[in-house]
Design a binder for this molecule. Structure first.
Ligand SMILES: [Zn+2]
Length: 379
């Protein structure tokens, strides 16, 4: 495992790339953005949006914004309306009743009460549960299937409502280091389908689980031809923001009514308390990622803070060492109850899936123990 020389991004992140100086894509992008005029970026974005929405004014919504009600979507929806002057239709893919959190429900209500129209897509909970269980044992990624609904629901609704423009927040290539989504320009989101979460679109295992292709309709990202025929374009907004970050978006969304997590960092590893508020088990998945790839939720936050100059790499590595991989037992228990497995089954799968280069399993301990130090290359 090699780390970016500037931040604490490891090269174990799927689709990560480092330049010849050992610097990751988001750090390089931040560096080249230092002298950028965000006014001129906003002008560029407005010109593209104008071109894509020109003939449609007052006939349909101008665009679609996928939302959960969390900090990012609250900021995004308001920004699209106020800065771009557009009338968005918000699309929310709802979590099953047993997965959604009360904070998440309150936040979505808050967002709608800010004066937006919102359509909800609620995939069948039974299917979701079967797929979550299988995703856990097959990929040690409990969201492998359900994340696909979050992504696929948005273009599906765009087609259903004949809306040609989808506005997405973060550009995963430039802002997180997920190079799969890299498009023709910093705004181009038409390659979003290539990110690791969606890549390949291999749905066979899902069909095997639920018995028919019809049952996984909401999980299928529309294919390229269909998107082209319907002339649907996806744009990223993130590059137009000088301060798009976990911290920045939290500070922006809280005065707009965002409710935050009551659990502390020792339960969730969430240093701001504002990430993935809308459901109960994201903390589990962040822990699973940590055991498979050697980085977790604290790393994602800390890396942005290092790039923003608010933390040094040394300060960041202390936080990452302390908080990456944290997940309170109560989340594991409720998840095991949901997919009907024992706690022992759960940890046996984690031990099996943990990277043998990065972790060792110790007799008598449920959690694999790290063999690496954050920020220090492991060769
Ligand atoms: Zn970096």
């Amino acid at each position: 495992m090699r780390y970016c020389k500037n931040c604490l991004s490891p090269d174990t992140r799927p689709n990560s790339r480092f330049n010849d100086h050992g610097i990751c894509v988001p750090c390089t992008f931040t560096e080249t953005s230092r002298d950028v005029s965000y006014e001129s970026r906003l002008r560029d974005l407005k010109a593209i949006v104008r071109r894509l929405t020109k003939r449609r004014k007052n006939q349909e919504y101008d665009c679609i914004v996928g939302v959960s009600g969390g900090k990012d979507s609250t900021r995004q929806a308001l920004w699209v309306r106020e800065k771009l002057g557009l009338m968005p239709l918000l699309v929310c893919v709802a979590y099953p009743p047993r997965q959604v959190s009360q904070v998440g429900v309150d936040n979505l209500s808050n967002l709608i009460s800010l004066g937006f129209d919102c359509v909800m897509l609620g995939p069948a909970p039974q299917t979701s549960r079967v797929l979550m269980r299988e995703a856990f044992f097959r990929f040690t990624n409990i969201f492998r299937a359900t994340e696909m609904v979050l992504f696929a629901g948005v273009p599906k609704m765009a087609m259903a409502h004949d809306i040609k423009l989808i506005l997405w927040g973060e550009n995963p290539a430039l802002q997180v280091g997920e190079s799969g989504s890299m498009g023709a320009s910093i705004w181009d989101g038409n390659n979003l389908r290539n990110i690791n979460t969606l890549a390949g679109g291999e749905l066979g295992w899902m069909i095997d689980q639920v018995g028919s292709a019809e049952k996984i309709l909401p999980y299928q990202f529309p294919d390229v031809e269909l998107m082209n025929t319907n002339q649907i374009n996806t744009l990223f907004l993130g590059p137009a923001w000088s301060n798009w970050s976990i911290a920045g978006n939290s500070v922006f969304a809280m005065p707009e009514g965002l409710n935050i997590r009551k659990d502390g960092v020792l339960s969730t590893g969430d240093l701001m308390g504002t990430s993935m508020l809308d459901e109960e088990w994201a903390t589990i998945n962040m822990m699973l990622k940590y055991y498979k790839l050697g980085f977790g939720r604290a790393s994602d936050f800390v890396n942005e803070e290092i790039r923003g100059g608010r933390l040094t790499r040394e300060q960041g590595s202390v936080l990452v060492e302390r908080y990456d991989g944290i997940c309170d037992d109560k989340y594991v228990e409720s998840f095991c109850h949901y997919i009907e497995i024992t706690i022992e089954n759960f940890w046996a799968q984690v031990q099996k899936a943990a990277s043998p280069l990065l972790f060792k399993n110790v007799t008598g301990m449920l959690r694999p123990q790290p063999l690496f130090t954050p920020g220090v290359d492991l060769v």
